[in-house]
Write a new protein. Structure first.
Length: 250
């Protein structure tokens, strides 16, 4: 069944996925609305800014519940629907799936876990001769979204993303391309290619350069909303972080 904007809007209007248990009802609704599921994207993610020794156990578990277990549950729910006619399962990781992001240690660990799970699932489907289901890991660099504003913040400064940043549309295009033309993994953005390559071939140098990223994630202003949206849905409706920052400053 072809994609139509009215139908997609109707599906989104049913509400956000806020817990792993939401995945199955969403899949059933999607299959009923569109007749089938050809592509499933696991993209939900949250984070916390702060040194690893500062992050509470509860916040760390919440990050893994959303980032890792949300991906696991979403993948397992999607597979039976994709097996009916084949399709694409796309998990959104990060450059932090291979490199490391200081001040976002738990986020980094969760994205490493997403890569490990995605790679293993791909191998198991290949072994089972289920080649008609493609498994792709998308690894973007920093993207101009309200990600820092939504994160839990333990720092004395407002968090920010380091530059350069990708436009969200570029990541969406990478996901769409992977759905139409299956790829094993996709590094979105030149910085993602650079960081993941350096983490492999020159890890000690990558560690030293990583220390420079600490100050690049601190804005020259006090925190606006330290709690973020770690435990609640954001309501700003902004796609780009630049717009969200302007709205917050107004």
């Amino acid at each position: 069944m072809p994609w139509t904007r009215p139908e997609s809007s109707q599906f989104r209007a049913k509400g956000r996925l806020t817990a792993p248990t939401d995945a199955l009802p969403a899949a059933i609704d999607g299959a009923r609305l569109f007749g089938r599921i050809d592509t499933w994207v696991n993209n939900a993610a949250v984070s916390a800014y702060g040194r690893l020794e500062q992050i509470s156990d509860g916040d760390a578990r919440r990050i893994f519940d959303v980032n890792f277990w949300g991906t696991v549950k979403g993948s397992l729910v999607a597979l039976p629907f994709l097996r009916r006619q084949g399709g694409a399962l796309i998990n959104v990781g990060s450059e932090a799936s291979e490199a490391s992001a200081p001040l976002q240690g738990i986020y980094t660990a969760s994205k490493h876990a997403v890569k490990g799970y995605t790679d293993t699932l791909r191998i198991e489907l290949l072994e089972a001769k289920e080649e008609d289901i493609s498994i792709t890991l998308i690894q973007p660099t920093a993207v101009d979204t309200p990600f820092p504003q939504h994160a839990r913040n333990y720092m004395a400064e407002e968090p920010k993303l380091p530059s350069p940043q990708l436009d969200p549309e570029d990541v969406a295009e990478a996901i769409l391309k992977a759905a139409e033309h299956p790829q094993r993994d996709v590094k979105a953005g030149g910085t993602a290619v650079l960081k993941t390559t350096m983490a492999k071939v020159a890890p000690s140098l990558a560690d030293k350069l990583g220390t420079k990223v600490v100050d690049q994630q601190k804005a020259d202003e006090p925190p606006r909303d330290p709690d973020g949206t770690l435990y609640k849905a954001g309501e700003s409706g902004q796609t780009r972080g630049s717009a969200a920052r302007a709205q917050g400053a107004a």
